[in-house]
Design a binder for this molecule. Sequence first.
Ligand SMILES: NC(=O)C1=CN([C@@H]2O[C@H](COP(=O)(O)OP(=O)(O)OC[C@H]3O[C@@H](n4cnc5c(N)ncnc54)[C@H](O)[C@@H]3O)[C@@H](O)[C@H]2O)C=CC1
Ligand SMILES: CC(=O)C(=O)O
Ligand SMILES: [Mg+2]
Length: 569
Amino acid sequence: MAHHEPAPHHDPKHGRRLPAVLEDPLLNKDTAFTEEERESLGLDGLIPPVVESLHEQAARAYEQYRRQPSDLAKNIFLAGLQDRNEVLFYRVLSDHLRELLPIVYDPTIAQVIENYSREYRRPRGVYLSIDDVDGIERAFRNFGLGEGDVDLIVASDAEQILGIGDWGLGGGAGIAAGKLAVYTAAAGIDPARVVPVALDVGTDNEALLNDPFYVGERHARVRGARYDAFIEAYVSAATRLFPHALLHWEDFGPSNARRILERYTDRIPTFNDDMQGTGAIVLAALLGAIRVTGERMREQRIVVFGAGTAGIGIADQLRDAMRRDGLDEEEAVRRVWAVDKQGLLTLDVGGLRDFQRPYARPSSEVEGWDRDEGGGIGLAEVVARVQPTVLLGTSTVRGAFTEDVVRSMKTERPIVFPLSNPTERMEARPEDLLAWTGGHALVATGVPFEPISCGGVRHVIGQANNALLYPGVGLGVVVSRARRVSDGMLQAAAEAVAGMVDVSAPGASLLPEVENLRVVSATVAVAVARRAAEEGLARAELGNPVQQVQDAMWQPRYRPASGGSRERR
Ligand SMILES: NC(=O)C1=CN([C@@H]2O[C@H](COP(=O)(O)OP(=O)(O)OC[C@H]3O[C@@H](n4cnc5c(N)ncnc54)[C@H](O)[C@@H]3O)[C@@H](O)[C@H]2O)C=CC1
Ligand SMILES: CC(=O)C(=O)O
Ligand SMILES: [Mg+2]
């Protein structure tokens, strides 16, 4: 190579280096660089001579994708594409959203996370360690974005990834990147203005601790004061460096999830997706379901199976919805029965968590109810006694909603949402729920399903996954520059989603279809931004929110290249 002219950014001390635009996935266009760009950027002879359109590149990439032998391989292929060329990655993802979302996100993301260290190829985002609290600010600075350059940060400590438990560093890195890919595909959040953050506090997962390939800190999870100090250091560095950013929390353990949200929700724009995003999307699905049954929100009797982060997050939002429909706080709380490992939560069961306590029932209410060997009141007994109209699953217990349990709901149109992810954690499969109820169950699930035929009706299964909601919330916050994420903004998001659904045809989905995700997200964003303004929380002027949301949405298309600068946009 010594006899060649040096490449534009050649530094002899460091050997040969490709021009920066080919190495930066946010700038790279590969065969789509025009003749003029190739000349001005010093790319002549470094790319095959053909000049292709994004459309042509996307067709090739999709062919390559289709040839991958497994879902995990497909995800790894797409991650490689994202690392080379983000515009092309998002073009392919957007063009085939329904097919690719389950590969980039739920359910395949669970496998990606379980295999993170073994399949590790290159870094993405910022890795923060509890063993180097002083390095937090440096890590963010090294990422290369300045004040005003960041709209959104997704952080996870991976204690409760989906329903698969503690996955340490790879869990945090994997879920943060996956959630952000959905933000961009669904709501056009600019991929140059986001940061995925893995908060590595150790792991209690023995398989990881003993895996020679594990890339995280090799010690047990740190808890208590040191944990809180680490979270505080993360929040203060992030808000100091990126004062406009929305801080999104994902897949924390139940006690930390709630404690962290409560600590910061009145101080900064922040939200917990598992508690609030899930609560709002389930509210949206339930609003659809009661339009079918013709009942009111305040009339529902709701059994929540799995009273953790998601379960109680949902309960809180449904309680608030019943209050808005005329019940007082006490009456609304009394229409929710929470069941966890101990069985029905009553005031006398051991191990009640703070956030479960409001839903725990007085013991006098359950006198004479059947108890199992351990003394608890199991789901079957609760359902038989309560005769709920709504049964929600956030337990991670596969198959917990048996035929007997569902039949004993005895209501004509049982509303049953097995929400646990990934697929092998679902409380019931939708085809079974429909078969057991002669097609009468109103079903929505956390993972996607193809439509199901039952009794001559084609049932479209709504995906009650927070992915249908949080991207629009994030976009609404970004556009309005909201100071906080309020309950009113989440309510507005839920109602906006519900308002997009027509449930009049038999078998209709209770939620909008994934193909329409960009429309859903834009609609949610407008509703969220408007509510932020009404509540005095918007820092941006909102003259025309519809247009402002549209203008803010990043599109996967190439922009004219502007020299070979390594500056991120
Ligand atoms: N569809 C969606 O958008 C979302 C779904 N989820 C799913 O919900 C599930 C739970 O997630 P998190 O709430 O974050 O976890 P979590 O750990 O906070 O909650 C799970 C709860 O289920 C309880 N549980 C475990 N085994 C049980 C049993 N045999 N009987 C009764 N209860 C039992 C646990 O004690 C815990 O309270 C996961 O599968 C997750 O993927 C979570 C967030 C969003
Ligand atoms: C969807 C989601 O956030 C979860 O399962 O944790
Ligand atoms: Mg989650």
